[in-house]
Design a protein around this ligand. Sequence first.
Ligand code: PRX
Length: 706
Amino acid sequence: MTNIEERAASLSEAQIAVHWREEEYISPGARFVGQANASDPAVYDRFGEANFPECFREYADLLDWDQYWHTTLDTSNPPFWKWFVGGKLNASYNCIDRHLATKSNKAAFIWAPEPEEDKTEVITYQELYRRVNEMAALLRDFCGLKPGDRVTLHMPMVPELPICMLACARLGVVHSEVFAGFSGTACGGRIADSGSRALITIDSYYRDGKLLDHKVKADEAVAVAHDHGVDIEKVLVWRRRPGEYLSAVPMQEGRDFFVDEVMKDYRRQEVAPVPMPAEAPLFLMYTSGTTGRPKGAQHSTGGYLSYVAGTSKYFLDIHPEDTYWCFADIGWITGHSYIVYGPLALGTTSVLYEGAPAYPDPGRPWRIAERLGVDIFHTAPTTIRMLRKLGPDEPAKHDYHFKLMCTVGEPIEPEVWRWYHEVVGKGEAVIVDTWWMTETGGFMGSTLPAVKPMKPGSCGPATLGVYPVIYDEDGKTVEPGSGRAGNICIRNPWPGIMQTVWGQPERFVQTYYARYCHDTSSKDWRDWPFLCGDGAVQAADGYYRILGRIDDVINVAGHRLGTKELESAVLTVPEVAEAAAVPVVDEVRGRVVEMYVALHPGRQASKEVEDKVKLAIETEIGKVARPKNVWIVPDMPKTRSGKIMRRVIASISNFTDVGDITTLANPDVVESIRRQVYQQKTERGEAPRELTPKELEEIRSFGHTD
Ligand code: PRX
């Protein structure tokens, strides 16, 4: 054992937290503070618990309501909270129409295609209005969609994606965008779960210098949905280059339609935005959970839009005159909240980029920032780590100036934070480290940039009107400054909270409330803490440090992958009897997946089986989930009750000590797996890397089975 291992083995999680070095505060510059949307510390009083829930009027009043609400928060059916009850509004109207009087010629979106020789596209609010109306007319009249119907979108980062989302919103149709990197099979499962009748896709798109055939996934998705008993009536296919069809698979007569052709019948049509009840669902966003069934987080129209508008204004400090670039994918919640709905509700310019961060070289993001005059930049630690590794000196070569930068999606290491601050932000930009998740709709933890100083590695205090608590395993409160870690929960409802898991209300209650609900018959929100699913520690100053997921979820480059989903995919390979997915610490992607498989008796380990396992994951989930290594082992380490000990194989994969294995049913297998994996890793040039105490703790407790 190394020193670090020895130390960590003898420490509890709480002690590890205590041993972290407290980072120094860094304050925002006067120039930033002078122009900030929120610079008066009194805002914390306005959003204090004494003013809850009425404090959230401040966010809702950023929107235009067709009918003002009569009840700010209805808690009569816990934990299905209702916000702004009685109110009616339309999200598309709020993101487009209401800006036309003053901003019709201002850019709503600027789209940078991946091939640098392709033309950057500027879409003004006026043009967005036209295109969204035409698309809404097409969806309503050609597809027959009505308020409340669901539509699945499987679209990459092209302007047609937000155009479709906003067209759905205009009609009150619920959109369900599936990340384009997900496979046709994964998309099909989500179509079936949501009961969508239409699928919107594109023939192809560019990623990392390659033109990817995307329409092929639509055919798979429709077939998979059909197997689940859901039939897609129409597949609408955008063309990456209008007029050309860049997919190898044929269009299916009567089912598949080119949008640009059908659109000819809807030119210049206008569709009145449908006033929707505040509680009407706006969209579904599928996310990973602990079981294989997709989990559709359902987000509301009024509460969600108010929350993302308010948090965009105060925490991202978006003003209409900014050029804001969130370098995430709209296929994830970050893109929905902070590329499309939040920024557009505030009437700013939101930049979209089609491709990979370092294509064709790691100077690309900074060329885009310089050319477009981006002043707010928003991305994830995995992208920051990659750009730091590939082009540490690139930012200095470019003449851009950010006033604010955001990091989101994973914990950021203080070292990486400092590079972001000093090199990317040129020491001028204030940083917000925003902690939240698909389920919360918007930020839960962040410094208020002009009011609270930054502290590298900590997201900061809770966001306005959000009151967290950290509980230990027994439901006792872990006090701030105690140095102990626990499960972070939010004590109160907030407007951006998901409404339910689509079609699985029991799962919603079970997943987020069962653990710490004080009294299931209570109608008082105080009895219903919301379990976020992260471990966290709170310092004496109230700042939170997020430790990562407590459930069976692996965060790969900011993508939440459920171990059950990964393992179910692998079990489709006929040779495989058992599968277990574990995280491996990775310098750039945060975590990567390694897959352990045991074969049915009589089946031989081979490169072919290994490839089949990788292919199964790519087919069922997508390339993002492709495991780094597949280890075919004679048997899995198991408890006496037959549960796979994921923490043991996770330790092996990370070259760390496996800990106590005396309680295993088959302790002997551990050594043989260790030898096999170490030998093959060495052959592949994978060297041991010293883990931090925090990483060690995560690996050693992975899977929670003891
Ligand atoms: O573990 C937390 C991590 O990402 C998880 C949520 O993933 P997802 O639903 O895909 O949403 C990602 C975008 C919000 C969380 O449970 N996470 C998110 N932001 C941070 C973070 N971990 C540490 N610091 C953050 N700022």
